[in-house]
Design a protein around this ligand. Structure first.
Ligand SMILES: [Zn+2]
Length: 228
């Protein structure tokens, strides 16, 4: 009752098109939800993201539920998550992702979740790592530790957003070091938008150097072919 009154006074709106949200809808209205660009990678044994990442990283499996496409609701959501403090969106995306994949998915057979770290300075400035709620959701679901302190970003790399493919590789190659002596069998690296995979490759290779036997990758979205 109180919630209903609250909804009349302060209607919740769709983050993409600003229409009031119906009961049960979160962040996006039904129409915008339907426009989220799904990858359907869950139906492909060897999906394009996996093929792209395997060129540089010997990984077990890779998955992202959505493509990152300009002018689609995923762009609005990820922008709000990253720059407007709407970290709960990460959890919502994890719930959507969970509804697409089977519990037997290879990447879920892991013994720890590792978020791609921000440099401490940037995290302090933003106040949070945007991957945290997404990653923690999976750690809770799978009953495995959330290992947000085993990878350290050594160099405050310039923001990668406007860099070309080649520049990204050089920038991140030695940017990460491992801060644990613990050994794992299979770690799942989580990230927000996967573009060239340069950052994930650097993280993954650092971890495969004696910390874990296998690596898998899970992103919220895959930005295919958006760089020069
Ligand atoms: Zn909408």
């Amino acid at each position: 009752m109180l919630n209903d009154l609250f909804a009349v006074w302060f209607p919740r709106c769709c983050w993409n098109c600003n229409q009031p949200l119906a009961k049960g809808q979160e962040w996006l209205c039904l129409g915008c939800c339907g426009q989220l660009p799904k990858t359907y990678f869950e139906h492909q044994e060897n999906n394009p993201l996996q093929i792209m990442l395997r060129q540089h990283l010997p990984l077990e499996s890779a998955y992202a539920p959505y493509y990152f496409l300009q002018n689609t609701p995923i762009q609005a959501l990820l922008h709000a998550l990253k720059y407007q403090g709407k970290i709960k969106i990460g959890e919502w995306l994890a719930v959507q992702c969970e509804s697409f994949i089977s519990k037997e998915h290879k990447m879920l057979q892991c013994d720890g979740i590792v978020p791609v770290p921000l440099h401490q300075k940037r995290e302090r400035k933003r106040g949070y790592n945007q991957v945290t709620p997404f990653g923690r959701f999976w750690a809770n679901r799978l009953g495995v530790p959330y290992l947000d302190n085993i990878l350290q970003r050594n160099i405050a790399t310039q923001t990668l957003v406007r860099m070309s493919r080649d520049a990204r590789w050089t920038e991140v190659k030695n940017a990460f070091s491992v801060q644990t002596k613990n050994k794992f069998k299979h770690l799942l690296l989580v990230d927000d938008v996967i573009t060239t995979g340069a950052t994930l490759t650097a993280c993954g290779n650092a971890l495969l150097h004696g910390t874990t036997e296998k690596i898998s990758v899970l992103g919220m979205a895959y930005a295919q072919n958006i760089l020069p």
